[in-house]
Design a binder for this molecule. Sequence first.
Ligand SMILES: [Zn+2]
Length: 444
Amino acid sequence: MGYQWLRWSTLHIGHRLTGSPQGRRAEDLADSLFRTSAPLVVSSFPFQAQAWSRGTVQLTVSDGAGALHLASVALANTPLSCSVEAPLVDAGNGLPEDLDRIGDRANGAALLINIGLVAATEGTRNLHRSEKAALALARGAKALVFVNQVDGHVLLTGTASIDGTLIPVPAVCIATEDGTTLRKRLADKEALSIALTMGNHSEVVSARNIIAEIRGAEKPDEVVVVGGHLDSWDLASGATDNGLGSFSILDLARAMANTPHRPARTIRFVLFMGEEQGLLGSRALVKHYQESGELKHIRCMINLDMSGNPQGFGVGGPADWGSLIARLSSEIHGVDTAEFAGRASEEVWLHSDHQPFLLAGVPVIYPLSDLGKHVYGCYHSSCDDIHLVDPQAMVNNVRFVGQLIYHLAAQPELPPVFTEDGLRARLVEAGLEQPLRIGGDWPW
Ligand SMILES: [Zn+2]
């Protein structure tokens, strides 16, 4: 059912941006699908948060003789109102070495920067667009023109800010085809300048995480959370990011609540809003769990973000969790040998709704998916639509994540959650101290 529901939603609701009318309709839809598809205990968790949303943007490139209007989209957390004119300078991939190469010319300029890595020497590590923006701002850039990497006039959005505050200069994304043309003209020593005008909004929005629960038959006070974000960016319908995960969760809840077997532990399905604008819904819920004492009941959190056709599971938890997840993954492989590879991983990463749970010490689990280049190329982009979704990939989410949930709910004992020292050591070992500090999220 997950695919049919998602398809309906992409046709009749469209995107699911938090705080927008479409976002509210998506919350209503999730609430009623939980209620009508199965005997679940459904509730919602309202929250308010400061959120950025796009207004208008206009980008013009001029060579002194004539002007050209280019299709562009504003990146998130760009100024609420600004109008800038500046000479255009090619800053390559926007890495420190690229900025060193252009030197003083960055100061007061509009920098043309690749989102990905183009013609880089092997082993070069790319930076996130927000980190590139921070570097360019430190060199005095007046505007940022990011060049997307995906063929077919695809535009991408997402934040340009490392800490969620508004950045002081405008930043847009243009298509790879337009970026290539501008680069050629600059390489031919044409003097180009841009005029970039934008108006955006940042306001306190209200939204709701939608929650459904199956009470555990034997250990109702031990909770396995299964979460994923329902919200999406607004350039397309967000069918893969994260319709894939969120509508699979709706289907999982339907399937599990309609079987006669009641799990031993409580299963709590949570559809978060506000993920794209900064994990707003999951941060608010974890804060509430901490303040109310509910946190001590949360034994682990499974996060489905762009999950499809999983081939294994990864976990970030104290040592015993790694062996448990590896064992359960191989048990599922024993049942679905041809379709599920039974992989396991212990990588810890950030920037999705599992992050606030992890930082509160809760072991986090994630499906290992490989959706292919055609899907990842449309991440946060104007092409993230239902044609990218394989219905079978959603069925397999329900099959394999569902089995994992049953196993976790049925274990005689689950390994412990993180101690404070254990969590700190794990984050340091994973190289996450610096990114968490930059984002203002390092807990110590
Ligand atoms: Zn996502």
